[in-house]
Design a binder for this molecule. Structure first.
Ligand code: HEM
Length: 308
């Protein structure tokens, strides 16, 4: 598992493939294109320092954040239950900034960059605007772990609100505490009121932008609150394979690092002018060791350059 060959695939090739799957719309993010920029606050829990010494997590700060809907298409309907919901947030001050990006599934759709590229290439639409179903089927049969994420989403009802959705950081992050001890954690953003979903009948009554309209209402009512949780590792957890959950992950011991309250909408320019950079992590949270994470910093910068 730890002996993966180095990837042949570059971050640029992944960004090109993400764009191609979405039909190459200009000037938008290669992934999670549709979204809304917001502001809020972070308050640490009393036990945050037991997990990480990162000042981003052990001190209160303002938060810049963005909620989003998956895929590279700005026009995706909020009622589409085949794509992810995303949440990106920036904590800390200038000297101790951390950008954390989480999504509404606990696993990624590929274990390696080569596999990620092949997964995307199989889904690039042809002349009829649709991916080749046979190609997707053959790829899935040969790479069954690439369906773990889709199966997770398909087993759940449509999220009723950005504020009523659980989001995961997916990767295993090495966290170093105040005593200098390091262990792996996974980030989970748990909505304070729990998950809220819609039945298929309810979903049919919703508009294509209903999540965005709901967000504005919930912020005004002070109802957008998330506990920032750290799921704690156990010996032998698969920390390099982002298509796998840890054994019994839902029953893991978890610690609350703090709470994020989203307090206002923000002009989208505040989020669109730069990137939430997964590699920006203040001392106390390290880079996950998997090859997928390693490619993300470059991929996001390439996407930013393309949409400027
Ligand atoms: C495995 C876990 C991953 C998670 C949780 C994740 C999550 C997200 C989120 C939430 C956004 C929206 C950013 C925003 O609001 O501005 C985003 C954007 C993006 N993601 Fe990921 N992502 C993951 C993996 C990857 C990988 C492996 C790649 C490519 C190698 C990638 C490429 C991108 C790109 C190119 C963007 C657009 C960046 C921009 O233009 O600002 N992501 N991702």
């Amino acid at each position: 598992m730890s002996e993966l060959p180095p990837p042949n695939t570059t971050p640029a090739a992944i960004v090109d493939a993400l764009k191609a799957v979405a039909g190459n719309p200009p000037k938008v993010r290669a992934s999670f294109a549709k979204g809304r920029c917001v502001r809020g606050t972070y308050t640490q829990s009393e036990s945050a320092g037991e997990i990480t010494r990162s000042p981003s997590f052990t001190r209160p700060s303002r938060v810049l954040a963005r909620f989003s809907v998956g895929g590279g298409n700005l026009k995706v309907a909020d009622t589409n239950n085949l794509v992810l919901r995303g949440f990106s947030f920036r904590l800390g001050d200038e000297a101790h900034r951390s950008d954390i990006l989480v999504e509404s599934a606990p696993v990624h759709f590929a274990r390696t960059l080569d596999q990620m590229l092949a997964f995307l290439e199989a889904r690039i639409p042809g002349a009829d605007g649709k991916p080749d179903a046979e190609k997707v089927k053959a790829f899935s049969a040969a790479n069954p772990e690439t369906l773990n994420q889709a199966h997770y989403i398909a087993a759940r009802r449509l999220p009723a609100s950005f504020a009523g959705t659980t989001y995961w950081g997916v990767h295993a992050f090495p966290a170093t505490n105040a005593a200098g001890e390091t262990r792996f954690i996974k980030f989970k953003l748990a909505p304070v009121g729990g998950d809220v979903t819609l039945s298929e009948d309810e979903a049919r009554t919703k508009s294509a932008d209903f999540l965005h309209e709901d967000l504005a209402r919930k912020i005004a009512a002070g109802e957008v609150r998330f506990n920032v949780m750290a799921l704690l590792d156990r010996p032998g957890d698969p920390t390099l394979d982002v298509t796998l959950r840890w054994p019994d992950e839902d029953k893991r011991e978890e610690m609350r690092l703090g709470t994020i309250v989203i307090t206002s909408l923000e002009a989208d320019d505040a989020c669109d002018g730069s990137i939430f950079n997964p590699a920006h992590l203040a001392d106390g949270i390290g880079h996950p060791p998997d090859e997928i994470f390693a490619a993300r910093r470059a991929a996001y910068a390439i996407s930013l350059a393309k949409r400027r």
